[in-house]
Every structure is written in structure tokens, then in C-alpha cells.
Design a protein around this ligand. Structure first.
Ligand code: 3HC
Length: 309
């Protein structure tokens, strides 16, 4: 059996492709692209909520938000580690991110204007992330699938803490309820965009599904998210800002309107409300960390020289 056959059989048998296995170059490139951009999303995703840590309304909320933002950093590190098993260099990926040659999720280019956004991001953004990431626990590449198992466990805490925060606010004053609804109105459509363009415009889905990197299409997961979220919105007592949203008994799913795909491609192209700020912040953090990297390299060179004696 030649190497390509073995690869195809491994994927078809729902087994895992491991770093030392032969793999098509396109499979490797697609994995590095997707996992790197996933990692970039986690790291950039720390900024919107990090903005509220020092302004959380109570010590409990501050502690929860600190834990969540710290989790996102860890998710980014697991995922960068997964790219390194494919021969990628973390420094090179960071350069690609800050120079705009690699992407991160569009959702993080929207500003967090009120503390209700912290709850809505937990409920909608992490809820969408769960819909998108749970299937990735069955992705064909071993290190990615294993990273996703731990990430998904922590994402469910992220989603629950957001929903609980909103439940609390919805049980509060009229002003707090209005703050939650205003936040839902701003985050609903960008959350639907997280799943990527419509399948008909998705350049990667067909091949990624064949390689079982992706296990569902963009539209399948978007539909799953809408169906999951509508009853939660009802329990919260918020309205989702989509006049076309309704249960379709014939389909057994909710019908819903289409996001503004021009806005989506504008944001993906770097022209969203907060793209410049997010990338500039990441660039400054990278530059400010240069001395740490230099010191670590000097230390490891010194230790290597001492060992060689
Ligand atoms: N934001 C930015 N770019 C996006 C995007 C989005 N929401 N959706 C799609 N794109 C890009 C794709 O990267 C691709 O560009 P590329 O070829 O240069 O990479 C192009 O638009 C066409 O999209 P495709 O559907 O063909 O691309 P994919 O097959 O890669 O599907 C995806 C896009 C669904 C995001 C897929 O890559 C994926 O499932 N990635 C893993 C999960 C992930 O990255 N989630 C991002 C959020 S992480 C997060 O939410 C953290 C949590 O803690 C909040």
C-alpha cells in the first residue's frame, strides 16, 4: 500500500493522522492555515473582554473575566503548539498575523461598548465557538483534535458565565435590561458571520471536508447555532434582531435572514471598526516582548555551551 493510500484509509476510517505520518502537502498547508488563524483568533480575542477587566462591577465578575481571558491565551498556545507539529514556526505565524498576511476571526474587530457586551460575548460568541469547535474534536489531525477537547471544556464555562451574567442583568433594572438588548442588537449578526461565508462562497470547505479537517459546512453550523440560541434568547427575555427569524416546521429548523456579507468581507479584509486597533495592540505586545525572547535565547545558548563544556 503506498503512502497516499495509507493516508486516505486512515482518514476514511476516522483514525487520526499524526505528525510523523505521511500527509499530502495541501493537507499540511490547510491545517497550518486553519489552526494558525484559530490560534490568532484566541489571542486577539483576549482584547475585547480584557478591556473590561479593570472596570468589572464586582470582584466576582472581575475574577470570572480574568479566568476567561487567561483561558483564551491558553487556547492560543495549545493551537500554536499544534501548528509546530506541522513544521510551522510560531514567530513566523505571529509576523504573518501582525503584517496582515494571516487572518483572525472577524468577530473580534467589533468594540465592547458596555459591560453587557461581556455577557453577550460569552453567550453568543463563545456559544458560536462551541458550535464551531465541538465538531473539531473529531478533526482528522490528531494534535488539533486533542487540543480541541480541552478547549471545548473551557468554552462551555465561557458560555455559561456569559449567560448567567445576562440572566442577572435581565433580573435587574430597566436600564440594565435595555443595556443587554442594545448589546444583543450589536453582536447578533457578527456572531452569525463567525461561521464563515455561505457554503457557496467558501473556497476551502469542500476539500477540508474531504480531508475531514472540517466535519460540517459553514451553513450547517450556522443553522445549528441559530436553532440552539433562539430558545435561550426566549428564556433571557431578549429579542434577536432578525425580522425573518421564525420556526419552520417543514424544515425542523429556524428560518433566518442573511448577514450583511459585504460587511463581513470588509471586516475580513481589515476594514472593520477595530481591526487597526487590535493588530496594533498585538504588534506592540510582540515588540515589547522582544527582550524576553532575546533573554530566553541567550540563556538557552549559555546552557547549551555549559553542557557541551
Ligand atoms: N473571520 C475571518 N476570516 C474568515 C472568517 C471569519 N469569521 N470566516 C471565514 N474566513 C476566511 C477564511 O479563513 C478563508 O480565508 P483563507 O483561505 O485566507 O484562510 C475565507 O474567509 C473563506 O472562508 P472558508 O469558509 O473557505 O474558510 P474555512 O474553510 O477555513 O472556514 C472557519 C472558516 C469556519 C472559521 C474555519 O477556518 C474554522 O472552523 N476554523 C476553526 C475555528 C476558528 O478559527 N474559530 C474562530 C473563532 S475562535 C473563537 O471563537 C475563540 C473563542 O474563545 C471565542
Amino acid at each position: 500500500m503506498d503512502l497516499e493510500d495509507r493516508f486516505e484509509r486512515t482518514v476514511a476510517a476516522e483514525q487520526r493522522v499524526e505528525p510523523r505520518d505521511w500527509m499530502p502537502e495541501g493537507y499540511r498547508r490547510t491545517l497550518i492555515r486553519q489552526i494558525a488563524q484559530h490560534a490568532h483568533s484566541e489571542i486577539i480575542g483576549m482584547q475585547p473582554e480584557g478591556n473590561w477587566i479593570s472596570r468589572a462591577p464586582s470582584l466576582r465578575r472581575k475574577a470570572i473575566l480574568l479566568a476567561k481571558v487567561q483561558d483564551e491565551a491558553g487556547h492560543g498556545l495549545y493551537l500554536y503548539a499544534a501548528t509546530e507539529t506541522l513544521g510551522a514556526d510560531r514567530g513566523d505565524l505571529t509576523e504573518k498575523l501582525i503584517s496582515g498576511r494571516q487572518k483572525y476571526s472577524s468577530i473580534f474587530n467589533y468594540p465592547t461598548l458596555s459591560f453587557a457586551d461581556v455577557g453577550v460575548i460569552g453567550w453568543l460568541v463563545d456559544g458560536a465557538a462551541i458550535c464551531n469547535q465541538v465538531p473539531l474534536c473529531r478533526t482528522s489531525y490528531g494534535p488539533y483534535a486533542r487540543a480541541m477537547i480541552r478547549i471545548c471544556k473551557e468554552e462551555s464555562f465561557h458560555q455559561r458565565q456569559g449567560y448567567e451574567l445576562l440572566m442577572t442583568m435581565m433580573g435587574g433594572t430597566d436600564a440594565q435590561r435595555a443595556m443587554v438588548q442594545e448589546s444583543v442588537d450589536r453582536w447578533w449578526w457578527p456572531s452569525l458571520m463567525m461561521f464563515g461565508p455561505p457554503d457557496a462562497e467558501s473556497s476551502n470547505t469542500e476539500q477540508s471536508m474531504k480531508w475531514r479537517i472540517k466535519r460540517n459546512t459553514n451553513d450547517e453550523l450556522r443553522q445549528k447555532f441559530v436553532d440552539m440560541t433562539v430558545p435561550q434568547a426566549g428564556k433571557l427575555g431578549v429579542a434577536l434582531p432578525d425580522p425573518e427569524l421564525r420556526w419552520n416546521p417543514d424544515r425542523g429548523h429556524h428560518d433566518f435572514g442573511q448577514p450583511d456579507w459585504d460587511e463581513f468581507w470588509r471586516v475580513v479584509g481589515g476594514n472593520g471598526p477595530a481591526n487597526e486597533q487590535r493588530v496594533a495592540h498585538r504588534r506592540k505586545a510582540h515588540e515589547d516582548g522582544e527582550w524576553v525572547r532575546a533573554a530566553a535565547e541567550a540563556f538557552s545558548a549559555k546552557r547549551a555551551a555549559a553542557v557541551e563544556g
